[in-house]
Design a protein around this ligand. Structure first.
Ligand SMILES: [Zn+2]
Length: 248
């Protein structure tokens, strides 16, 4: 575990800063809050999957290792519930035979030779303001050099099968960047892969926690007249006990 626990005041600050922010910006805020030894600019330059690993650790530290998810079966329309064990997913991805974090990837396919790099949060932030379609803009950012028979090729001119090869290679090298859960419907047997978006999972939980903290502050200050700072500085056990007294 690389992350630190966040206190009540940090949770509220995080929620305040991230409200209205885009998902990559929220991811950066969450990881920066949890790993204070890193500069935000350094975190942005780490691969997306590395940051998702830190989000999983923060989720574990704040709310526990088990995630209860639901998905709707496209075949029969039933809601499927599944439990996700975050440390198991993280360990399976991080123990893959690959790749130092900053290593570049070479892809050779149909006479083309490419050097690619894993996408970072900085890439996700950069394409938010790009004019191209985001997926295409991201794909272009992943290519360092492209050649065919020793002749440089413009990345934009690469054929579709080369893009597929690059994409497969990037996902294999940074699996947490594209998390998918294997689901089998217990009602009809239909199987599919469901994307797991750690940024929105964790953000929704942080937002709910922030709102319950604000509720506690409002109720306790109404009864006892204490300041927000004083109430947030209470230990969770004391805050709960005073809340019970305030609500009596
Ligand atoms: Zn089904």
């Amino acid at each position: 575990m690389h992350v630190r626990q966040l206190d009540a005041d940090s949770i509220l600050r995080l929620w305040e800063a991230g409200t209205g922010a885009t998902p990559p910006r929220r991811a950066l805020l969450l990881v920066a809050a949890a790993t204070p030894a890193h500069e935000a600019s350094t975190l942005a330059d780490m691969p997306v999957g590395w940051n998702v690993g830190r989000l999983m650790e923060l989720r574990h530290a704040l709310f526990g290792p088990q995630l209860a998810c639901t998905a709707v079966c496209a075949s029969c329309g039933e809601t499927v519930e599944l439990g996700v064990d975050l440390p198991a997913i993280k360990q399976a991805s991080e123990s893959l035979p690959a790749v130092e974090v900053f290593g570049r990837l070479t892809v050779a396919c149909n006479g083309y030779e490419l050097v690619a790099q894993r996408l970072t949060l900085a890439d996700l932030l950069a394409v938010e303001s790009a004019t191209e379609e985001p997926a295409a803009a991201l794909a272009l950012r992943s290519i360092v050099t492209a050649r065919r028979a020793e002749t440089p090729v413009e990345p934009a001119d690469l054929p579709a099968e080369i893009w597929r090869a690059v994409e497969e290679r990037l996902i294999a090298a940074d699996p947490l960047a594209d998390l998918r859960l294997e689901i089998a419907c217990p009602h009809c047997g239909h199987r599919w892969l469901e994307a797991l978006d750690m940024v929105s999972v964790l953000w929704n939980e942080i937002a709910a926690l922030a709102k319950s903290l604000l509720f506690d502050v409002a109720a306790i200050s109404r009864s006892f007249g204490w300041s927000e700072a004083a109430i947030l500085a209470l230990s969770p056990a004391r805050r709960r006990a005073y809340l019970e007294l305030a609500l009596r």
